[in-house]
Design a protein around this ligand. Structure first.
Ligand code: ADP
Ligand code: MG
Length: 381
């Protein structure tokens, strides 16, 4: 028996909002998606009233689950971002490097007052791109592995709602197990601690639902996962610079962001937007990685700059953000990446691993992770 929207609405009409009026009249309901016995919708509420709304969300979910024919129900609470809220925030100094500001204990920057860090995790960084398909996930995975090779304890969180990649890039087929029924145990792969939004959101979930759902899924992945002690967590962000990305940048206590771009002009325009977005929320940009920078012929080893390489380096200079390195367009990177065998893990002595480790070292140095002084690496200018 198909579950209809009307049945859902009838059930919700029985539930009072915090001010006592029926939930269906509170003006917070999104459109309701009901298909194959699965029901999704969200309640968009004032950020300040989230606590009062949480029990309502729970009751709504339970009520929908109780409808005959409903197999699963997911009700997400999305905090409303008032127009201009991000821009209207009081300007805060960007305190870079170590030394937490008093307002945000545990963070080295002024972004997101009130955002709580993840216990046991020293630094969280984002890997972002202005658009999809530039190799963001491939970079995130190999960067994480490069950081691992530097002796750090590394986690990787796949927050890309549009295309969760980590299950594929790390060949993870199992689902995370729960601990004590409430907390999730992350997956371990190549020495990395891994969680993916792909584990929590079904692939068939319609795109419009991913936005609202991702907020609760993201919170869950940060707060309800046994990350353990980590020096650094790398977050594979959704591509682009829309609302979903901005909200995420505001919700995750980020120490910095790495922007991935291809050398093409268009991608660079997108990258610029990405940089602007992080600056707006006071997250320091750790630098730009130019991916698919040049083509390295696997037969002859000769190099050709098919996309007009060097654009990202130039752009980084212009924008005053560090340039972290260039990764060639190479069949091995593609094949290994898509087979779940990332190059840094499976060809640690190869030329690509060397490049990713150098990028990782620059990221580590910028974050000054761990109190121990890093060995000095002298790079000729
Ligand atoms: N440097 C590279 N050389 C060759 N192929 C690459 C490189 N970086 C990424 N790819 C390939 O490009 C595709 C998109 O990469 P992916 O990391 O999934 O991008 P995104 O996360 O930005 O969508 C994948 O098939 C990946 O294997
Ligand atoms: Mg991806």
């Amino acid at each position: 028996m198909a579950v209809g929207k009307d049945q859902v609405l009838a059930a919700l009409a029985q539930i009072p909002a915090p001010d006592g009026q029926p939930l269906t009249r509170a003006g917070v309901l999104s459109d309701i998606v009901a298909s194959d016995g699965k029901v999704f919708f969200s309640l968009t509420v004032d950020a300040a009233a989230v606590q009062a709304w949480e029990p309502v969300r729970k009751r709504a979910e339970d009520a929908v689950r109780a409808i005959a024919g409903v197999q699963s129900a997911m009700v997400a609470l999305t905090a409303e971002r008032r127009p201009g809220a991000a821009a209207a925030r009081p300007a805060q100094p960007v305190a870079r490097g170590p030394g937490p500001t008093p307002a945000t204990p545990g963070h080295g920057h002024g972004h997101g007052q009130g955002i709580v860090g993840v216990p046991g995790v020293e630094s969280i960084i984002a890997v972002a791109s202005g658009k999809g398909g530039v190799g963001k996930s491939t970079t995130a995975v190999n960067l994480a592995l490069g950081l691992r090779d530097l002796g750090l304890r590394v986690g990787i969180l796949d927050a890309d709602i549009y295309g969760p990649s980590l299950p594929k890039l790390l060949a993870i087929r199992e689902r995370p197990q729960t601990i004590g029924g409430t907390r999730l145990k992350p997956i371990s792969r190549y020495g990395l601690t891994v969680m993916s939004i792909g584990f929590l959101i079904e692939e068939e979930t319609p795109m419009i639902w991913r936005g609202p759902m991702v907020m609760s899924a993201l919170t869950q992945m940060l707060r309800e996962v046994e990350w353990g002690e980590l020096d650094i967590m790398v977050v594979d962000m959704p591509p682009g610079t829309g609302d979903a990305q901005l909200t995420m940048a505001q919700q995750v206590p980020l120490k910095g962001a790495v922007i991935v771009s291809t050398p093409q002009d268009l991608a660079l325009i997108d990258a610029r937007r990405g940089i602007a977005m992080f600056k707006r929320v006071n997250v320091p940009v750790l630098g730009i990685v130019e991916n698919m920078s040049y083509f390295l012929c696997p037969e002859c080893g000769s190099r050709s700059d098919i996309f007009g390489h060097g654009g990202a380096r130039h752009e980084a200079e212009r924008l005053g953000v560090p340039f972290l390195g260039e990764v060639p367009l190479h069949m091995t990177i593609r094949e290994k990446s898509d087979a779940g065998l990332p190059v840094v893990a499976t060809e640690p002595e190869g030329e690509h691993a060397v490049i990713y480790r150098a990028i990782a070292a620059k990221v580590r140095d910028q974050l000054a992770i761990g109190a121990k002084p890093a060995p000095k690496i002298v790079i000729e200018a």
